[in-house]
Design a protein around this ligand. Structure first.
Ligand SMILES: Cc1cc2nc3c(=O)[nH]c(=O)nc-3n(C[C@H](O)[C@H](O)[C@H](O)COP(=O)(O)O)c2cc1C
Length: 361
């Protein structure tokens, strides 16, 4: 650690995580000032959100992130309202700190999930994917701060008009479902023009230098997913974590669409047997469609259903060949299993050092 960094590290100390043991992170005054809007919004000392990851972002990881001073988010993409209710209540027994709930706007029980958040006094609701949250946004705003994903500046403006209190922009380097534009381009497009609400940048972020850069560009904080998958507190199967630790950036590739008549929303994941069979599946369905054995809708459904249950298979059952290994390009920077506090401390130290180096020159 440089003297300059040590000198700057005087004010804020983030708390130790639930697992304990790791040293608390020291946040330099410069870093604290840069992400103040984000920490005020999230109501926590570290403006790092752990992006909701289906099956991974459950009570244990969420509580560990929030207890470490960051912002955990429950992923409820695979949950019905009763399961979400149980998950929120369980997380609340593990942490008294704020955390969010991520709801996919295409979920068939969207309103019921929002009602569950209201009943449990969830402080932040994150709406992800596709459609505008509409009525669900109105309801969520009656009891929580609302965060929305925006794939472009124009969308961000529209979402803010309809009530979004903060925006997440996520570039194509991210793990899971992705858009076509990279984080660096999205950040340049959105950060200079969206100033009314805090903007959090996601996709490909794993080190503090990148966190510092996006904050300096005007972000209020960041969201990371891939970097937290191998946290000791994450319940991901040991084989899932080992695959992350072994992988490099180029192993995390988007799924490929074979025919423009049958759209496939790209998902970035580690390449495995399932990736190859997905191509075979598309070929097989196309053949049946062309022979008239399947109509357009049935063919599209067969393609979409291919991945049903596949993430659970990998994350929970440890079937890393036949399951979906959703991972971002930053997977190459995941080198070991370690507690959330250690990850947070490392990222914060890197951000402090980067900022201190800049102010010295
Ligand atoms: C295994 C995995 C599962 C994910 N599941 C979801 C999800 O259910 N809902 C969602 O909005 N984003 C999901 N994401 C995206 C993350 O919330 C986060 O935005 C993303 O991981 C950030 O990019 P990074 O992976 O480069 O850090 C997932 C990502 C991963 C790696």
């Amino acid at each position: 650690m440089s003297d300059a960094v040590a000198k700057e590290m005087t004010s804020t100390t983030a708390p130790s995580g639930a697992a304990g043991g790791a040293p608390a992170a020291e946040i330099s005054p410069r870093l604290a000032a840069l992400w103040k809007r984000g920490t005020d919004f999230l109501e926590c000392p570290i403006a790092i959100m752990c992006g909701a990851m289906s099956w991974v972002s459950e009570r244990h990881l969420v509580a560990a992130i929030s207890n470490a001073g960051g912002f955990g988010v429950i992923a409820c993409g695979s949950m019905n309202p009763a399961l979400l209710d149980a998950e929120i209540k369980a997380a609340q027994t593990l942490t008294k700190k704020p955390f969010g709930v991520n709801i996919i706007t295409m979920h068939p029980q969207l309103m019921e999930l929002v009602e569950v958040c209201a009943a449990n006094k969830v402080s932040h609701v994150v709406f992800a994917a596709g459609l505008s949250p509409g009525e669900a946004m109105k309801k969520a705003k009656t009891f929580a701060k609302v965060v929305c994903f925006a794939p472009a500046a124009s969308f961000a403006k529209r979402l803010i008009k309809s009530g979004a209190d903060a925006i997440v922009v996520e570039g194509s380097e991210a793990g899971g479902h992705i858009g076509p534009v990279s984080t660096s381009v999205l950040a340049q497009e959105v950060l200079p023009v969206i100033r009314d609400v805090p903007v959090f940048v996601a996709g490909g972020i794993a080190r503090g230098e990148a966190v510092a850069s996006f904050l300096e560009m005007g972000a209020s904080g960041v969201q990371m997913g891939t970097r937290f998958v191998c946290a000791s507190e994450s319940i991901a199967h040991p084989k899932f974590k080992q695959a992350f630790i072994r992988a490099s950036a180029r192993d995390a590739m988007p799924s490929v669409q074979l025919d423009k008549r049958f759209p496939v929303i790209p998902v970035r994941a580690l390449i495995n047997k399932a990736t190859e069979s997905f191509m075979e599946k598309q070929r097989e369905v196309l053949e049946k469609f062309e022979k008239g054995e399947l109509d357009q809708q049935a063919a599209q459904l067969e393609i979409e259903h291919y991945w049903a249950g596949a993430l659970r298979k990998a994350v929970i059952d440890g079937d890393i060949e036949n399951g979906s290994m959703m991972a971002g390009q930053s997977v190459g920077m995941v080198t070991r299993e370690e507690p959330v506090t250690a990850i947070m401390s490392e990222v914060i130290a890197q951000a402090n050092a980067a900022l201190s180096g800049r102010s010295a020159s």
